[in-house]
Design a protein around this ligand. Structure first.
Ligand SMILES: NC(=O)c1ccc[n+]([C@@H]2O[C@H](COP(=O)([O-])OP(=O)(O)OC[C@H]3O[C@@H](n4cnc5c(N)ncnc54)[C@H](O)[C@@H]3O)[C@@H](O)[C@H]2O)c1
Length: 348
């Protein structure tokens, strides 16, 4: 039987279907449809299938989801989209963010479907309903909650994804497995290790488990008021890295988790042996994709602009161990800066 996950939402409940038959997935799109498609996905998979349809092709990068670059896509919507049009987004997180944000505001909201095509979007961002647009290079400053009416996960899309992007997907999904419990964490660690040794792994199963962990949080706290904040584990640090270095999102998140664990250890929340065990797992990603020296002053300034900051006080998710993360404010910024300096000077 094909896998399915139902997500309860106050905006609109929706379903994730696992289906590798693209033609079948497109067959019941009988409404007026427009497609928003990632340029690489278009070339590799869709050129023939989508020929006679209305579509816009976009390169997936952080510039594409910057507020100042949305005009071109809004013009396309103005020309081709009515209140009854269904927007079908096919691509990774960038395509998702652009299509969801515009669907949410265009004519005060039109329906959209999502076919995620990267490991990050399949194993994480496709559920939860967040839309996120950059502003002047500042990540994800504009957005709202607008889940798609339907999500279809097709693992064939992952066939031509680079190893780096798969590691990035692992980095992003990692924060769910670290947040969950020892059993999920062990499963994740073993899968990541196998993948790093080029052994066969079942990505669909990892995606399914990752989404099911996320589901628990988003159904309890859809609008990020409470426990969902914990899902930002690794992200406040990760976003600051992304702002200073060109790096795939999930790899930045893996670095962010390690920094968060290091800060937790230095502030006395996390025992050194636990920090070490977690770092050993993350190292599978970090050693392959290290980051150059970071300017800590800039790093902290970027963190201050993060959405979670309150009255300019930085808020982060720290850890007491697997399955035990918590939200806290940084009260002693001087100490925090010194810890970060120590982190960026050490070797792993
Ligand atoms: N809204 C959310 O809930 C949410 C959550 C997590 C991340 N995000 C955002 O998602 C973005 C990252 O998304 P992403 O990692 O999915 O990647 P992406 O959309 O940035 O795409 C990464 C690269 O992979 C290519 N690509 C996409 N699908 C492919 C395929 N099937 N085969 C070959 N190449 C393919 C793209 O062209 C691009 O070059 C970030 O901007 C991040 O902020 C959003």
């Amino acid at each position: 039987m094909k896998k399915k996950i139902k997500i309860k939402s106050k905006v609109n409940s929706y379903e994730v279907n696992f289906n590798n038959n693209l033609a079948q997935s497109f067959a019941d799109l009988n409404k007026e449809v427009i497609f928003v498609i990632d340029s690489k996905v278009y070339k590799i998979y869709l050129k023939k299938i989508i020929k006679n349809k209305k579509f816009i092709i976009l390169s997936s990068n952080e510039k594409t989801k910057d507020f100042f670059n949305l005009k071109k896509i809004i013009d396309f919507f103005i020309k081709n989209v009515s209140k009854n049009t269904l927007v079908v987004a096919i691509g990774g997180g960038v395509i998702q963010d652009v299509a969801s944000f515009l669907s949410s505001i265009f004519k005060r909201g039109i329906d959209w479907y999502f076919f995620p095509t990267t490991l990050i979007s399949q194993g994480d961002s496709c559920i939860g309903g967040k839309t996120s647009i950059n502003y002047n290079k500042l990540k994800n400053q504009l957005g709202n909650f607008y889940p798609p009416k339907r999500i279809v996960i097709n693992s064939r899309f992952l066939k031509n994804i680079s190893k780096k992007e798969i590691f990035s997907g692992f980095g992003e999904m990692g924060h769910y497995f670290f947040l969950s419990n020892n059993k999920d964490y062990e499963y994740y660690r073993k899968s990541l290790l196998k993948f790093s040794k080029n052994e066969k792994i079942n990505l669909n199963e990892i995606i399914f488990r990752s989404l099911n962990i996320k589901k628990k949080y988003i159904e309890k706290d859809e609008f990020d008021q409470n426990i969902r904040l914990k899902l930002n584990y690794g992200h406040t640090f990760g976003h600051a890295i992304e702002n200073l270095v060109t790096i795939p999102h999930g790899i930045a998140v893996a670095h962010g988790m390690n920094i968060s664990n290091f800060v937790s250890y230095k502030l006395g929340y996390l025992k050194f042996n636990k920090f070490n065990i977690m770092e050993d797992t993350l190292k599978i990603i970090l050693k392959r994709y290290p980051i150059r020296k970071i300017n800590v002053k800039k790093f902290v300034e970027i963190m201050r602009k993060d959405k979670k900051s309150i009255n300019k006080k930085i808020r982060v998710i720290l850890s007491k161990g697997i399955g035990n993360m918590f939200v806290t404010k940084i009260n002693n910024e001087k100490k925090f800066i010194n810890i970060l300096k120590e982190y960026f000077n050490r070797k792993y």
